[in-house]
Design a binder for this molecule. Structure first.
Ligand code: ATP
Ligand code: MG
Length: 244
């Protein structure tokens, strides 16, 4: 049984049909890449999945729960996590404290599976390659480091399904590798990830499957090599197949 299931999801805002009949399943433990040109509806789809927008029609199921119209906090309680860029990092607190407050704010069930606080703090900072900065104020981090902290903190939060919107945008190649390492670590823990990225080689390396959106519709879906080599993808991104 899939962990997430979308059935004919549509979203219209002010006569603008942004998401069109989107249907797909995600299996538990899968890492799925969501790609497509700018404005194709990827972030909007995440807003619908995390509950910040309600679909105009269609349904979304998470495990066995119909979450189509459920508020974001309730979805998060059920185990659906979304990473926001620089959201909820307290710049005046140390990195350790930033992890602790996030753990303390978790619902009891998710807090319970995480175990000892010192271990969680150590593992989270290690995941973000920030162990040496544990006692520093978060405000002293670079933009990229802050992003890694936010990603690692959310990913260590006991959730089951993670939505990552362009986690490598604006970060160095080394940090991109660290993000890949974090996602691989999650995969080993059996977690499920949906990741939006424009970096196709990165997507090919870490994803089991790729879903391509264009003008609000799913136009292509399959294993990364298959999608990357397809003529359709070339046409969507570049407007023509260069081999013809
Ligand atoms: N609240 C809104 N009201 C009206 N139009 C919106 C709203 N949110 C998004 N859109 C429109 O929906 C379309 C999809 O936007 P979205 O941000 O989901 O694209 P995206 O695929 O994430 O693009 P990018 O790769 O540039 O991040 C765009 O045309 C955008 O202008
Ligand atoms: Mg976007």
């Amino acid at each position: 049984m899939p962990i997430l299931s979308l059935d004919n999801v549509n979203l219209t805002i002010q006569d603008h049909h942004i998401l069109k009949d989107i249907s797909f399943d995600v299996e538990e433990g899968e890492v799925v890449g969501l790609i497509g040109p700018n404005g194709s509806g990827k972030t909007t789809l995440f807003n619908v999945l995390s509950g910040f927008l309600s679909p105009s029609s269609g349904s979304i199921t998470f495990h066995e729960d119909d979450i189509t119209n459920m508020i974001p906090s309730k979805r998060a309680h059920l185990g659906l996590g979304r990473v926001f860029q620089h959201f909820g990092i307290f710049r005046d607190m140390t990195l350790e404290e930033n992890v602790m407050v996030a753990v303390d704010a978790l619902p009891k069930k998710q807090r319970a599976i995480l175990g000892d606080m010192n271990d969680i703090v150590a593992e989270t900072l290690e995941m973000a390659a920030l162990t040496d900065h544990a006692k520093k104020k978060a405000g002293s981090l670079s933009g990229g480091q802050m992003r890694l902290l936010e990603i690692a903190r959310t990913l260590k939060s006991g959730k089951e399904l993670f939505l990552l919107d362009e986690p490598t945008a604006g970060v160095s190649p080394k940090m991109t590798q660290q993000v890949a390492g974090i996602i691989n670590a999650l995969k080993e823990e059996g977690k499920t990830v949906i990741i939006i990225e424009h970096d196709l080689p990165f997507i090919s390396k870490i994803c089991d499957r790729v879903i391509v959106l264009d003008v609000g519709s799913v136009v292509l879906e399959g294993p990364p090599d298959h999608v990357q080599k397809s003529k359709e993808l070339c046409e969507i991104y570049f407007g023509a197949d260069p081999t013809t």
